[in-house]
Design a protein around this ligand. Structure first.
Ligand code: RIB
Ligand code: CA
Length: 313
């Protein structure tokens, strides 16, 4: 097997973040150098704790978890307890983590690691607001050309928004950070709502996790049954979109996804469309292409991969 791909997951767990982290931990093709927590779905003191809870659920207390930004670059923090519950990880009863949070700030960890490791060998996997990534790029601009790729969950275009009619949550919470990352010149793969809304946690699919019968399978079932209820109520669907694991699934099996290299520009001026990701899908502007925007997914293949990998934990 080739050398595992080195990744850093930046996250705001969040049940879907949790499943993404579990997918990465169940996949030997990936080496998680560290997990950096950011304020998003719930405040930072919960997202960093939830990240540690998930590592322990997977039997991986060795994974290094770092706490990062407590709020967006400019705007006030907006959270999503209505979706994820008060703890951010409602559903399973997971014990308080015994593993320690790393002392180093996540932004310092990102800069130090990217400056130390061989250029072009680290992939960043942001699953929440992009505050930590933008802060690291501003703190040390030399890291941008050293990043192999950024594969992120965020944005939406044909599907509209999920927190306002035009903006998706991760981008809406910190549109200024998204603007820094989108202008960074780093190769970006974007998993917007246009693709994640096609990956629904239907009853049949949740039963497949339940049938694993393992601690991880049962906890995942409980997380997804809590997580999906908000979107089921909103969209009237069987199941809710499983956003963040699309990022990790892309690293494992890119053929599951189809998309197009386009320009993506984020709105940071108008309150009406704040955080909207304007995707120039038809190439009608002369704005430079800066991201591969995914729009289609083999959703059966996606869930088969998820169940198989989580079954290994
Ligand atoms: O809009 C969906 C995104 O916002 C996901 O990353 C979810 O975890 C929340 O952070
Ligand atoms: Ca997230």
């Amino acid at each position: 097997m080739p050398e595992p791909r080195k990744i850093i997951i930046d996250t705001d767990p969040g049940q879907d973040d949790a499943v993404a982290i579990l997918l990465a931990l169940g996949s030997p093709e990936l080496e998680i150098l560290g997990i950096t927590a950011v304020a998003g779905n719930v405040p930072l003191k919960l997202t960093e704790k939830n990240a540690r809870k998930i590592c322990e659920l997977a039997g991986r207390p060795d994974i290094k978890v770092y706490a990062g930004a407590i709020r967006p670059l400019v705007r006030e923090l907006v959270t999503a307890e209505e979706v994820h519950g008060k703890t951010g990880l409602n559903g399973p009863e997971l014990p308080e983590p015994a593993m320690k949070l790393q002392e180093q700030h996540a932004v310092d960890y990102l800069v130090e690691t990217l400056m130390r490791e061989e250029a072009g060998t680290i992939t960043l996997c942001p699953l929440g607001p992009l505050t930590n990534i933008a802060l690291a790029m501003i703190r040390e601009p030399r890291i941008a050309p050293r990043i192999k790729e950024i594969v992120l969950m965020g944005g939406g275009f044909f599907e509209g928004g999920n927190v306002t009619p035009s903006a998706e949550f991760n981008i809406y919470v910190d549109p200024h950070a998204a603007d820094v990352v989108l202008r960074s010149g780093v190769p970006i793969v974007m998993m917007p709502l246009d693709v994640t809304h096609k990956a629904l946690t239907t009853t049949k699919r949740i039963d497949a996790f339940r049938k694993l019968g393992t601690k991880v399978g049962i906890a995942t079932t409980q997380m997804l049954e809590f997580f999906e209820r908000y979107d089921e109520g909103k969209y009237g669907t069987d199941g809710g979109p499983l956003h963040d694991p699309c990022v990790i699934a892309y690293l494992l099996k890119p053929s599951l996804f189809q998309g197009r290299f386009c320009n993506v520009t984020v709105e940071i001026a108008s309150e009406l469309t704040m955080g909207m990701t304007v995707v120039d899908w038809w190439g009608v502007s002369n704005r430079p292409k800066n991201a591969t925007v995914m729009r289609d997914i083999d959703h059966d293949g996606f869930f088969e991969l998820l169940v198989e990998r989580l079954g290994r934990l």
